[in-house]
Write a protein that binds this ligand. Structure first.
Ligand SMILES: Cc1cc2nc3c(=O)[nH]c(=O)nc-3n(C[C@H](O)[C@H](O)[C@H](O)COP(=O)(O)OP(=O)(O)OC[C@H]3O[C@@H](n4cnc5c(N)ncnc54)[C@H](O)[C@@H]3O)c2cc1C
Length: 410
């Protein structure tokens, strides 16, 4: 197992539960990258329909993990609401109601008055919204480490500060991995390295249409009477934390660093870039020549996974200030709130923003579990379990076809 984010930890836990010997290598610390930096939303609402069967499994897994770990996950089922300030947003939310009803999900429409009620207001700021009461949220900083502890207690061997540099091969199969501390023999590998999967596979001679965009979040102080669960509006999205404070961000506000791979995979990503050009900032950042740009090293050489133990991109302070100001405007209870912490995170994306889970062409016995595309904290338990079942040759818990990494090869 390569990678100690939610996908890798969930896969390791699945294997340990099945009594399969598993070693998880993490170059930095468990959940040091995306899996502790996210907003903590575990939502069905608004998902691509291809992900719904897997998300239903993920929700069931979150509940069972909650039962096994006590309060460490900070797991709460308080629903997720999207509230609309414009007719365009309202139309987009209402369109998702059709998807919800096709899968018999609990999502319902909110009237303007119900939208106000949901966030303790009566200003008629919102045209309405949608609400899914079965959606959940959790505390990412503690949840994934708690699941890693559970996996370890169940039998998984978990090594932090252990970068995997390369695969070892014999007769077309992977026979082991070379880590910075030496080799580990294995029958199969699950690659759940988040944004690092593309450079890792390129170094092994395989292309992967995956890029990374910077996103960010901030934490306020406590504020009473806003909402019990996450609320998304175009200008500011909030998630209540256990201590009464909020994690705040803005959906889609991302910075895309142009790296050589962006040009190599440009034709795959152009439709997404066109759809998001209003909110996506393009930059030639340090990543052009830095960690994500370098793609050739030998097993006896220090790899980019050691030079960058933990991707911690600096947040855009101007964006954080704008989001905080908008938060006060949208949710008056948070007016004047200060940003107690602001942080960045690198989100890995596929061209269709749906994960890549399944075998890697040309690398027998390697299963990929990546491309969670900015909404993989909630889906992660399902991603890990599906990858583990595929690696073992067990019947998969959902049809894996929509996630096949080969879909980008054509
Ligand atoms: C600001 C922000 C907000 C978000 N909000 C949400 C949200 O509210 N809800 C939601 O569902 N999702 C959200 N996401 C997305 C979510 O966090 C990710 O989709 C998910 O955490 C990805 O998990 P992962 O395990 O695939 O990757 P990661 O968490 O990035 O883990 C990959 C791990 O692999 C390790 N690794 C890589 N290469 C190697 C190697 N060669 N050797 C050893 N280790 C290696 C890395 O160090 C890393 O720890 C958000 C993301 C960000 C950044």
């Amino acid at each position: 197992m390569i990678g100690g984010g939610i996908a890798g930890v969930a896969a390791a836990l699945t294997l340990a539960d099945l009594g399969v010997p598993v070693v998880l290598c993490e170059k930095g610390r468990i959940a040091g990258e995306q899996s502790s930096r996210n907003w903590g939303w575990i939502r069905m609402q608004g998902r691509d329909a291809r992900e719904i069967p897997l998300m239903l499994e993920a929700q069931a897994l979150w509940r069972s993990f909650g039962a096994r770990t006590g309060t460490a996950l900070g797991l709460r089922q308080a629903g997720v609401a999207y509230l609309a300030e414009t007719a365009e947003e309202m139309a987009a939310h209402e369109a998702w109601l059709n998807t919800a009803s096709a899968y018999q999900l609990a999502t319902r429409a909110l009237s303007p008055a119900a939208a106000d009620d949901h966030v303790g207001q009566d200003a008629r700021r919102f045209l309405g919204g949608i609400f899914t009461p079965t959606d959940m949220h959790a505390c990412p900083e503690t949840a994934v480490p708690a699941l890693a502890r559970l996996a370890s207690e169940t039998g998984a061997a978990i090594f932090e500060h252990t970068a995997v540099r390369r695969f070892e091969r014999s007769a077309g199969r992977i026979t082991g991995v070379v880590t910075e501390h030496g080799s580990i023999a294995c029958n199969a590998v699950i690659l759940a390295g988040g944004a690092w999967c593309r450079p890792f596979l390129e170094n092994e001679g395989q292309a992967l249409a995956q890029l990374a965009v910077r996103s960010q979040a901030l934490r306020t102080g406590p504020a009473p009477g806003v909402a019990a669960g996450p609320v998304g509006t175009r200008r500011a999205a909030i998630r209540p934390r256990q201590d009464g404070s909020f994690t705040v961000g803005r959906t889609g506000a991302a910075r895309f660093d142009l790296i050589p791979a962006a040009f190599a995979h440009a034709r795959h990503f152009l439709p997404m870039a066109r759809a998001n050009w209003r909110i996506l900032k393009l930059r030639f950042g340090p990543e052009f020549f830095g960690a994500l740009g370098r793609n050739r090293w030998r097993a006896d050489q220090m790899s980019p996974f050691e030079t960058t133990r933990m991707f911690s991109p600096p947040p855009d302070k101007a964006l954080a200030a704008a989001v905080l100001a908008a938060t006060g405007a949208v949710y008056p209870q948070l007016q004047g709130a200060e940003a107690r912490a602001v942080w960045g995170g690198m989100i890995d994306v596929t061209p269709d923003e749906v994960p890549a889970i399944g075998p890697v062409a040309g690398l027998a016995n390697v299963t990929l579990a990546t491309g969670l595309s900015g909404h993989g904290f909630g889906l992660g338990p399902g991603v890990g379990q599906l990858a583990a079942h595929l690696a073992l040759g067990h019947a998969p818990l959902v049809d894996p076809a929509p996630f096949a990494p080969s879909r980008f090869a054509a």
